[in-house]
Design a protein around this ligand. Structure first.
Ligand SMILES: [Zn+2]
Length: 281
């Protein structure tokens, strides 16, 4: 299959909110507030996007929205989750039904990356994409089932168990290829065995940066989330991401405005984002 047959578009499911300081790590407040203005609770909007890739026979979602079954206080007061029913969003934005999705590739199993694989039916979680294979990594699944005290809050035990029990779960060990032109590499700093999806599209290589570069403002090597398990590994992940994908457009799924950028070097030789606008993304 020729790579020009892989089409890419964005699906925006909604947003939730996280503490801005946690999101930007060691970056001083005076700097990150210029990148993303916080609200009165010091929180910033974190957009929930999927990259939808389509080829003959495959309709693939990279990332999958947020967990819709949080207790009310967590959902409304803390995360301020705004995510209309995802089936309706998919129909409105891509004219697809959830049954048509063949593959879902969450970068990792934090609730805001795989949670929307399930929706609420009469108070219980049910699979939203019944025909989709759900692709994860053995190392991430094992970690998610037994997270550290530092990142326990990013996983939802009921959600992780549903993922582990899902009959069409595909557990990979290491980099893999879905079809020619859609391949998966790994990063380990944010969380172990995070999947980085690269697609060869008519726009050129498109690389989903997952939570290595969740927002475009985080392209500089030191602008790392405080949530990361091993921040120095995230620095290595970024260096490798940029080096292994020359000329690529990077997809920063949590960005408040536009997920797309190229990585260029500034006058001091440091990586910096350059905005890219592509139709449908
Ligand atoms: Zn995230």
């Amino acid at each position: 299959m020729s790579s020009s047959q892989i089409t890419a578009r964005s699906i925006v499911w909604g947003q939730f909110r996280l503490d801005g300081g946690s999101f930007f790590g060691v970056l001083p407040r005076s700097l990150w507030t210029r990148l993303v203005p916080p609200d009165e609770a010091n929180q910033i909007p974190v957009i929930l996007r999927s990259l939808l890739l389509e080829t003959d026979g495959h309709k693939v979602l990279v990332e999958c929205g947020n967990w819709p079954l949080f207790p009310e206080k967590l959902r409304d007061k803390i995360y301020k989750l705004e995510q209309p029913p995802m089936a309706e969003t998919l129909r409105a934005q891509a004219a697809l039904s959830p049954e048509e999705i063949t593959d879902v590739i969450p970068s990792h199993l934090h609730f805001d990356h795989v949670g929307g694989f399930f929706h609420e039916v009469n108070g219980t979680p049910k699979v939203l994409f019944p025909n989709a294979r759900l692709h994860t990594q053995k190392g991430q699944l094992e970690w998610a089932l037994k997270p550290s005290p530092k990142d326990r809050a990013s996983y939802t035990p009921a959600l992780t168990q549903l993922v582990a029990d899902y009959e069409k779960l595909v557990v990979h060990e290491g980099p893999w290829t879905l079809v020619p032109g859609i391949s998966v590499d790994l990063a380990h700093g944010h969380t172990p065995f995070m999947q980085i999806v690269r697609a060869e599209t008519p726009f050129g290589p498109l690389v989903h940066a997952a939570d290595v570069v969740p927002m475009r403002g985080q392209v500089p090597l030191a602008f790392i989330m405080a949530f990361d398990i091993e921040p120095l590994k995230t620095v290595e992940d970024k260096v490798r991401l940029y080096k292994n994908n020359p000329g690529a457009v990077f997809y920063c799924g949590h960005d408040p405005e536009n997920p797309l950028c190229r990585v260029v070097t500034d006058d001091k030789g440091r990586p910096t984002p350059e905005e890219v606008v592509l139709e449908g993304l």
